[in-house]
Structure formats: C-alpha cells, structure tokens
Ligand binder design. Structure first.
Ligand SMILES: NC(=O)c1ccc[n+]([C@@H]2O[C@H](COP(=O)([O-])OP(=O)(O)OC[C@H]3O[C@@H](n4cnc5c(N)ncnc54)[C@H](O)[C@@H]3O)[C@@H](O)[C@H]2O)c1
Length: 327
C-alpha cells in the first residue's frame, strides 16, 4: 500500500517541491495549507494526480486525518511575512507544532519538523554545529519566528519524543532558494533576481560583506526525505543546507552577470538583529544521511532566474501570487 504523507505548508515554496517529490516516490500526499504565503499556483501542476489531495486548513486548529508520516512545514519563512503578524507566527509555530505532534501521537506516525538555522540567531561560532545553543534576542522583531517560535517548537518535539516515545525528526534548514519562491518575500535571492531582471538598483543592506550559504531547493528536499526515511534513531536536530559561503555583494554581482543586467548595487542600513554570518556545519548530516548538496550556485541561480523571468513576463501568472496584506 502507498505511504500516506501529510505536508503542512504544502502550497508554499519548499512544501510544493516536497509534494512533487513524494508523489514521484509513489506516496499518497495530503497537502494542508491556509494560503497565508502559499499559493495554489505552486501546486497547480499536481492537482490532476490521483494520489494528491489538498485541504485548506490552519494548523493552529486541530486536524483529524489518517496518515503514516507528517512533514510540518507550515509557517511563513521570510521576515516580511512572519513579522507582518508576529502573534499569528508564534501561534503557527507553537500551537501548530502541538496540534501536529498530537496527531502524530494518535496515529503513531513519524513527524518531521522544518526548523531553521535562525534558531542560532546572530551566531558567534562559525560554521554553526547542532550543539551550538545560539545567540538570540527574544525581545527583538525576529523573536516570534526564529528566536523563540521555532525554538519552542523544537523543544516540544524533543519532549514528545521523551514523554510519548514519538518518532521525530528535526531539520534545521539553512537559506534555500529556487522556483516557487514568493516574489514578494524580500529574501535576498528572489529580491536580487527580480531587481536584476527589471534593471533596477539592487538593494544591499549593510556593507554587503555579511555571508550566507544558499541551498538549491532540489537538494534541500532530498535532505528532508532522507532525514525522514533514515532508519537510525536521530536524537537531535540535523543541519540541512549548503556549506558553500558567499558574501551578499558577491551574490548580487553573480546574479547581475547571469541575468546580463544593467543593475547597480545600492547600499542601505542593516535591519535589527540581522546575522553577520550563516553557514551550516554539515558533519552530522553527512554522517547520518550520507548527504551533501550537489547543485552548484550558478546552476541553481540560472534555474531560479528562468522561473522569475517567465513569471514577470506573464502578468496573469504573477497576479495569482500577489501577497494580500490584511491591513
Ligand atoms: N525557505 C527557507 O530558506 C527556509 C529556511 C529555514 C526554515 N524554513 C522553514 O521551512 C518551512 C517552509 O518554508 P518556505 O520557505 O516554504 O515558506 P513559505 O512561506 O513559502 O511556506 C510556508 C507555507 O505555510 C503556510 N502556512 C503559514 N501559516 C499557516 C497556518 N497557520 N496553517 C497552515 N498553513 C500555514 C503558508 O501559506 C505557506 O504555504 C517553514 O516552516 C520555514 O520556517 C525555510
């Protein structure tokens, strides 16, 4: 019988790729989403698949379904989105986690949490290992997401494992990019590509010397499914990301050259609590999952540029993913 898999946040950027991958792997996929940042457009190509089902639902409310595995991805991931309604972000992280863990407990299902490298805050060790406890600010504007929401969700996962012997997985995901990213998410890759395609100035916050590492979405999805399926007991969190590091200015220059754009760099003030460096230590992922990302940044960026180029050149498609801010 086909494995039944629930993906919360399945209409979002990562979730939509995960839905597609699990369908390829002959799973029956239930995509649950409240469409806060996700869009039906991301999953449109899957709607005709008999093994694919979609449900509009907010994970802050209990969910009663029958599945064998749960990937809990529901949560806005970009600062613009998660800071729009920080209280709802914390509810989604914490109450959403409690609801999904409760469901997993009832069903004896394995559950994977999409945590984030942002639990490390503005790190003072480099690269970040899973043992590093983070340098965070619970009172800052990022607190609702990374610096408490996602940390509390992780704690709940470990406690459900200890208290209820649940089979859990926690992926600490580092910056990921690729097609289906939200064009208005304000993240560097999507913003730089859109500015470059429009020949507009590329806005760099700070000096541009801060570093990030970027993982292409196909690699990340590979890491997530391996983590879910690995048969050893994975006790703690596992970093998933690409250890190849680049400065923000280098990234902007690379995108300008790949697009063939006339854009220039424009420097602006750095937002509060923006981390200076972010790079995963991949030792644990390599040991447990025998996995490292394979897609080179030039190749990944070229595929992402093609996605945004086609989106911008068809206004009807772009209209389908406008982020509606309730004011
Ligand atoms: N993309 C990254 O670089 C990255 C990095 C670290 C962690 N993550 C984590 O991975 C997950 C997916 O991120 P993404 O980049 O695909 O973001 P995304 O915003 O594209 O997707 C999140 C999805 O969750 C849905 N959602 C939000 N609140 C919900 C709720 N209350 N109930 C049901 N659905 C809800 C949204 O509509 C959206 O479809 C998130 O949990 C995020 O924290 C992503």
């Amino acid at each position: 019988m086909k494995k039944r898999v629930l993906i919360t946040g399945g209409a979002g950027f990562l979730g939509s790729h995960l839905c597609a991958r699990l369908l390829e792997q002959e799973c029956q996929v239930l995509c649950v989403d409240n469409y806060f940042t996700g869009t039906r457009r991301n999953i449109e190509s899957l709607l005709g698949e008999p093994a694919f089902e979609v449900m509009r639902h907010d994970v802050t409310f209990p969910l009663y379904v029958e599945v064998d595995e749960i990937y809990n991805l529901a949560c806005p991931a970009s600062p613009i989105h998660y800071q729009h309604d920080p209280v709802q972000t914390t509810k989604t992280s914490v109450i959403g986690a409690i609801n999904m863990l409760g469901l997993a407990k009832r069903l004896h299902a394995r559950i994977l949490q999409a945590s984030t490298s942002e639990v490390y805050g503005d790190p003072d060790i480099h690269p970040q290992t899973e043992e590093y406890r983070g340098h965070v600010n619970l009172a800052g504007p990022r607190g609702c997401y990374d610096e408490e929401g996602k940390r509390c969700a992780e704690t709940l996962f470990y406690d459900y494992k200890r208290q209820h012997r649940l089979s859990i997985r926690v992926a600490r995901i580092f910056n990921t990019y690729g097609p289906n990213m939200h064009p208005q998410d304000g993240r560097v890759v999507s913003s730089f590509i859109i500015q470059a395609l429009k020949n507009e100035p590329i806005a760099i916050y700070g000096s541009g010397s801060q570093t990030r590492s970027f993982c292409y979405v196909d690699d990340l999805v590979d890491g997530l499914t391996r983590l879910m399926n690995v048969e050893v007991d994975v006790d703690g969190p596992v970093n998933l990301g690409n250890p190849f590091e680049t400065t923000i200015s280098e990234l902007a220059e690379l995108i300008i050259s790949l697009v063939g754009s006339r854009s220039r760099l424009e420097f602006r003030a750095l937002p509060q609590d923006d981390p200076r460096q972010r790079c995963p230590d991949m030792t644990r992922a390599q040991q447990i999952l025998h996995w490292l990302p394979a897609v080179q940044i030039k190749e990944g960026l070229s595929r992402t540029i093609r996605y945004f180029d086609s989106l911008l050149s068809s206004p009807n498609e772009a209209k389908k993913i406008v982020w509606k801010v309730a004011s």
